[in-house]
Structure formats: structure tokens, C-alpha cells
Design a protein around this ligand. Structure first.
Ligand SMILES: Cc1cc2nc3c(=O)[nH]c(=O)nc-3n(C[C@H](O)[C@H](O)[C@H](O)COP(=O)(O)OP(=O)(O)OC[C@H]3O[C@@H](n4cnc5c(N)ncnc54)[C@H](O)[C@@H]3O)c2cc1C
Length: 429
């Protein structure tokens, strides 16, 4: 097995490159027929699933997968749904933390954190952004200092979704102030439930409170909870960010309404998880509501409104095809890269146009919220939620820079900080 930082842990084994989707489908279907038991505790069921390598079949066999190509994850998810069964939990643990640890190691962290993440025994949050470091994430100033067997962390993070109820944090902190900006950062697994970690929820303009500011005051991290090696955290952070660009697209799982302990626990888990994210469909603009709203309100009789609704629905369809193209690229084994930025930009554009179309249809009533308001406040929630679409996971401007520099080969953003020790760089505050 490759060691920390090699990235080889996510490559497919040669033998599996020729795997056949129909054969995989049949194999998992047979396995489910013999093993799916809705009366198990959810954790027990997920241990069985991961033990057989079906939780994330594209992961290597050594790490609870089957070493299959990436398309196998979708094939297996389809079969789990068709059998009325349950897969691994949805969330930043399985989508961001686990793939990053899998890619960058070390083995000790893969052993310790991959299994409880796949079973849902631990939940995660992402502690990257700071008041003075968002787009310029590598300018972060939270510090980590080694004290015996532990790292001591001090600093402030912000906009950290679900930090108020997560067990573990993906934390970026500076471990070397004399190294250049991107070199002195380390990526830690921070236990959240300790006196040195205080998460204060932030109330948003849509009245939800899904993210937090997090104060780290002599917080402790075991010395070996470092992903990808001390000082090499930036590479691991880029992996997390690349996965994040497609995380937004993950939808709510649909569970069978049948009885059974595993299903009941999965429904409760999803309910609790999606409480934080229940405004996310609105932040995407709700293009899906436009046609019905145009018909129900009579606004569709206005040619300009009709034109706009048709345009947004076309963009939505094209966006779906772009997402499918990105999925197909992933299924062929490519790590998510700049194409994620294009999809994210398209989603921001669609969200803004869809919100504008909602205001064309609804008029000034779009500002109303509460019981008697249009769609019980959903229209107003769309209007005040869409700005988040072009900020979360990297702003539109940052995505454009990525496309320009990495895809189009244009000159890089001017920078004065290359090569200088971080402590000598001018910074905010
Ligand atoms: C819904 C939501 C959930 C989030 N969840 C998390 C989370 O769980 N964990 C976490 O760590 N963070 C999270 N964030 C924070 C998010 O990653 C940051 O908000 C984002 O990276 C932007 O940083 P900033 O807010 O500091 O804005 P800034 O970086 O200050 O940007 C301000 C403006 O300047 C522009 N700008 C900055 N640099 C450039 C440049 N080089 N070229 C052109 N324009 C530029 C930006 O595009 C933006 O318009 C979340 C944000 C949102 C909205």
C-alpha cells in the first residue's frame, strides 16, 4: 500500500479495469438478496456492507472497497435503492473527509477513521475558512504547535457548516511560519467535542443557521492526526475542495417506507442531517417550480415571462447534461478537476436566472414570507438563498480563475508572495 500523500490509494487495480457493469449489478443483487436484513441496527448493517466492499466499491479492497472503477458506486447505489436497502451516510464525512484520507493517508488514519465514517458512527465538518482567509485560503493563520504528544491549536474559523453538531473537523492550520505560504500548512483531524473548541451558530438572511464561527483556544489534536504529512496539508486540502465542487449536487436519499430497524434509523439520520441543508434546494433556484408557478399564477400569458421560463428550463436541462458528462468522466476513473468548476459556475448562473424568473412570475409578493405568502415562503427563501450558490465551495470568480489558469492555460493571477516565508508576507489584520 502506498504511504501518505502518494495518491495511489485511489487508483484502480489493473484487474478491475475490465469489470463489466452488468456483472457487478448481478453480483451485488445476489449479495443483497442473501445479506440485506432491515431488522439489523443501522450500524451493524453498514458494517456488513463495508465488510463486503459494497459501501464504496470503487475504493481499494484493503480499504473496505472492491477496487472497481468509479461507475460501480452508482451501479451499487441503484441496486441498494432497488432492494429497499440503505447505503453509507450522506454528508461531508463520506463525500469529503473519507476520500481525502483515502487519497493522502497515512494508513493509521485510514484504519481509524474510514470505518466509522462509512457506518455513520462519526460525523464531520470542514474547518477551512477564516475571517481573513476564504478565497485566499492559503493565507490562513490558525496555528498548530506541537506540545509533547499533542498539537495545540489556536485561531478562528468561520462559515463552518454543521460544526455545532459534528464529531470531527477537517482542520487546516499553519505549522511552519517560515515556510512559503502553501508549504507551512497541515491538515488535521480535530476532535470537536473538547473544551478548546467552541462553535457559535450564525443566523443567515434566510433565517436558517446552518453554519458557525468556530473558536479554537488551546484545542488539542493527537500528534498523529495529520492527513498527508506535516507541512503537506495544502495538497490534501485541494483534494477536499475538488470533491466539494460536486458535493452540492448530492441529493437526499430515498428510503423504502417498509418497517425495520435499519430503515427507521436511516430515516431518522437523514432527517437530522438534512435539517441543516433544507434550504439548499432553494439556493439552487428551484427551476423545477417555474412551469407550474407560471401556469398557476397566469404569468405564463406574458410573452417575456414565458420566454424567460423557457430559457431557464433549457439552462437547467443543459446543466444536467454537463453534470452527467462530469459524472461520466469520473466513472472513467478521472479525479474531479477543473470540469467541476464549469459545472459549479453553470449552477450559480442558473440559480440567479431562476430566482429572477420567480420574481417575474410572483412580482412584489416574492418578498413576503410566512403562512400566506407565495408557496408558504419558498419563493422568498429562493430569493435570499441563491447568493450562497456562488460563494460556497469557492466563489464564481475563483472558479473562473481555475478554469482560466488550469484549463485555458492563461497567465496566473499576479502574486507577490511566491517563495517568501509566510511570516514576512503582508496580510489582513
Ligand atoms: C453555504 C455556505 C457553506 C459554507 N460552508 C463552509 C464550510 O463548511 N467550511 C468552510 O471552511 N467554509 C465554508 N464556507 C465558506 C466559503 O468557502 C467561503 O465563503 C468562500 O471560500 C469565499 O470566501 P470569503 O467568504 O472569505 O470571501 P472572500 O474571499 O473575502 O471574497 C470576497 C469577494 O472577492 C472575490 N475575490 C476574492 N479573491 C479573488 C480573486 N483572486 N480574483 C477575483 N475575485 C476575487 C470573491 O469572488 C468574492 O466575490 C461556506 C460558505 C457558504 C456560502
Amino acid at each position: 500500500m502506498p504511504e501518505a500523500g502518494s495518491g495511489d490509494a485511489v487508483r484502480q487495480t489493473g484487474a478491475m479495469e475490465n469489470a463489466d457493469p452488468d456483472a457487478v449489478r448481478t453480483e451485488v443483487r445476489d449479495w443483497l438478496a442473501a445479506n440485506w436484513d432491515p431488522d439489523l441496527a443501522l450500524v451493524e448493517w453498514r458494517r456488513r456492507l463495508a465488510g463486503a466492499g459494497w459501501a464504496v466499491p470503487s475504493w481499494p479492497e484493503r480499504w473496505h472497497g472492491r477496487g472497481l472503477p468509479a461507475w460501480a458506486d452508482e451501479v451499487v447505489a441503484d441496486e441498494l435503492a432497488a432492494a429497499g436497502s440503505v447505503g453509507p451516510p450522506v454528508g461531508s464525512g463520506t463525500s469529503l473527509a473519507a476520500p481525502t484520507i483515502l487519497a493522502h493517508g497515512p494508513d493509521a488514519l485510514r484504519e481509524r477513521f474510514l470505518p466509522p465514517t462509512l457506518t455513520g458512527e462519526v460525523t464531520w465538518c470542514q474547518l477551512f475558512s477564516e475571517p481573513g482567509a476564504g478565497s485566499d485560503l492559503a493565507g490562513l493563520t490558525a496555528r498548530a504547535e506541537l506540545d509533547g504528544d499533542e498539537w495545540v491549536i489556536n485561531g478562528q474559523k468561520v462559515w463552518n457548516t454543521s460544526a455545532h453538531h459534528a464529531d470531527l473537523g477537517m482542520l487546516l492550520a499553519r505549522t511552519d511560519w517560515d515556510a512559503p505560504k502553501h508549504k507551512g500548512i497541515s491538515y488535521f483531524v480535530l476532535p470537536m467535542r473538547q473544551p478548546g473548541v467552541e462553535a457559535r451558530p450564525l443566523r443567515q438572511m434566510n433565517d436558517h443557521a446552518s453554519f458557525n464561527e468556530v473558536f479554537l483556544s488551546d484545542a488539542r489534536v493527537p500528534h498523529d492526526h495529520v492527513v498527508g504529512g506535516v507541512g503537506d496539508g495544502w495538497r490534501a486540502a485541494l483534494t477536499t475542495l475538488a470533491f466539494e465542487r460536486r458535493f452540492g449536487a448530492l441529493g437526499r436519499p430515498r428510503f423504502s417506507s417498509r418497517a425495520g430497524r435499519a430503515l427507521e434509523e436511516a430515516r431518522r439520520e437523514a432527517e437530522a442531517h438534512f435539517e441543516t441543508y433544507k434550504w439548499y434546494p432553494q439556493r439552487a433556484g428551484r427551476a423545477d417550480l417555474l412551469l407550474e408557478r407560471a401556469r398557476a399564477t397566469g404569468a405564463g400569458a406574458d410573452p417575456a415571462t414565458r420566454d424567460e421560463v423557457a430559457r431557464v428550463l433549457s439552462m437547467s436541462r443543459v446543466g444536467r447534461w454537463t453534470a452527467e458528462r462530469a459524472r461520466a468522466a469520473l466513472a472513467s476513473g478521472r479525479t474531479p478537476g477543473p470540469e467541476g468548476s464549469i459545472g459549479k459556475l453553470a449552477a450559480s448562473h442558473l440559480a440567479r436566472r431562476a430566482a429572477a424568473a420567480h420574481t417575474m412570475i410572483t412580482g412584489a409578493d416574492a418578498m413576503l414570507t410566512g403562512a400566506d405568502s407565495p408557496l408558504d415562503g419558498v419563493v422568498a427563501e429562493i430569493i435570499v438563498s441563491v447568493p450562497a450558490q456562488s460563494i460556497a465551495g469557492g466563489t464564481d470568480e475563483v472558479q473562473r480563475n481555475i478554469v482560466a489558469e488550469r484549463q485555458l492555460g492563461l497567465p496566473r493571477d499576479p502574486s507577490t508572495d511566491v517563495g517568501l516565508p509566510f511570516r514576512e508576507l503582508p496580510r489582513n489584520g
